[in-house]
Design a protein around this ligand. Sequence first.
Ligand SMILES: Nc1ncnc2c1ncn2[C@@H]1O[C@H](COP(=O)(O)OP(=O)(O)OP(=O)(O)O)[C@@H](O)[C@H]1O
Ligand SMILES: [Mg+2]
Length: 198
Amino acid sequence: MKKTSVSDLHVHGFRIQPESRGRLLRQTPAILWFTGLSAAGKSAIADKVEALLHASGQLTYILDGDSIRLGLCKDLGFADADRHENVRRVAEIAKLMADAGLVVLVCLISPFRRDRELARSTAGRHRFAEIHVHASLAVAEARDPKGLYRLARTGAIQHFTGIDSPYEQPTVPDVFIDTCSKSIDEGADLVVKWLNSR
Ligand SMILES: Nc1ncnc2c1ncn2[C@@H]1O[C@H](COP(=O)(O)OP(=O)(O)OP(=O)(O)O)[C@@H](O)[C@H]1O
Ligand SMILES: [Mg+2]
């Protein structure tokens, strides 16, 4: 007997579409994708952006790398193939949440360009910003709020981005935040400005 395949699936045409939910919530969904080295400041800036959006009456949700890896992606490690799958799953969830009407903030190192491109194409018609939260390796390593760079340098953990795993810089991000010269508040303002201009 033939196994069921993707080509046998039929997507049901439900009558309530993302636009209807957006109207109900009085907001336009979006996906704000924060990428950058560990300790660059993705979570710190997303936290501030979410607080600003929340205060202005927008329904938001943060998909943060560490929380995702404790649940949805707890079966994945840090080898390249697992990192691809991690980003793919989060991109799909972000798309579903945007379909539900939310402004979704994703904080993931997401070191590979092709994975971030996949996230953008998965977003489909939703507004999507690739936000490069930049810190030099030296600054990120000096911050080291989780002590992970120290462990990576001693070899206690492997495949650590910036140390023994690559980070491919975005070439044309929608928003660039240099956290060596901009404060958390200034970085958050740049993101909110981008959102308001779209
Ligand atoms: N200008 C700045 N912008 C952002 N964070 C800053 C800045 N200056 C200092 N920090 C501090 O740097 C640290 C950044 O940590 P954060 O957890 O936000 O990084 P992250 O990019 O989310 O890393 P990870 O990928 O490991 O989750 C925080 O402790 C934050 O307070
Ligand atoms: Mg973080």
